[in-house]
Design a protein around this ligand. Sequence first.
Ligand code: ATP
Ligand code: LTN
Length: 335
Amino acid sequence: MPQSNDKKLIFSGIQPTGTFTLGNYIGAIRNWGPLQEDYNCVYSIVDLHAITVRQDPAKLRQNTLQAYALLLACGIDPEKSIAFIQSHNVNHAELSWVLACTTQFGELSRMTQFKDKSAKHANDVNAGLFTYPVLMAADILAYNADLVPIGVDQKQHLELARNIAARFNQRYGEFFTLPEPYIPKTGAKIMSLQDPDKKMSKSDDNPNACVLILDDKDTIIRKFKRAVTDSESVVCYGEGKSGINNLMTIYSAVTGKSFDEITSEFAGKGYGDFKLAVGEAVADHLEPVRTAYAKLIADKAYLKDCYTKGSESAMKITRKVLTKVYHKVGFVDQR
Ligand code: ATP
Ligand code: LTN
């Protein structure tokens, strides 16, 4: 995985909390592959983040391997980028501790994801869920990343990472790069098919709410047929039509058509025709990912080789950063 020095660095992560959804794909992962040409990219399956909500250990292990294979199936090339499993690089957790000591209780309390997840998991509001954004800041700052491709829901966490970096720099002298978010213009927030005012999420309990990128064609079409829309029948983008707006966004993201082109294409047709077309377009678009995944998941030895090399490369970068950070905060140098 050659990483040249004159390119900017990109870092992003995704949790192994289940099969990736169409939201993860459109809002995040499908944008990661093309970036490999112009940037040094580091991509991680963030298993440390995943345990902030209760996970079954066997299932987590399986989901992590699946997520890693999916990452490669979505076009991340381990020869071009560093692709690794977060817990394999201890430096993330180490840096997270130092950064936690410059992060304020008040700023973590304002994080909307913490509020949402602590309401959803009211019987396990653990300290990890609260300090989750500090670990995310450590993921990014450990590489001094310039750019972070994310969906819109992670913008607040990225702003916090910038504040943490700025505060560290102020206290200990200029060191961390302030990372910029990289948010796609279309599809940065794909909504649930069953409740289009809510984000599509891997951990939704309703299986019809999200399309998984490994769903087969029939399942994808069935889920779109059942998608909640409104009582009108004209396919056009507008206020109070969050279901149709969401389907138009998805259709636009997978076909490259503009909203005006979509409206003309379905003029005089009903929602039924439109839903079927969206389902077919999405299934066809995802077909190559499913095929690549089937091949990759069958070759555990190859995956292991890739993630082992990935974490070795990742650690080389972060060890240097961490050594400087430890020195800056006043720890005695080890050698
Ligand atoms: P969970 O349900 O376990 O919280 P999630 O589906 O929200 O997971 P993450 O692993 O937290 O997914 O997110 C990975 C990336 O996908 C992030 O960059 C996030 O912003 C993006 N993303 C997640 N959901 C969507 C969505 N519905 N639309 C667009 N982007 C999304
Ligand atoms: N918090 C993110 C996942 C994540 C991430 C990161 C994204 C963890 N570390 C670093 C970008 C950069 C999420 O829940 N989607």
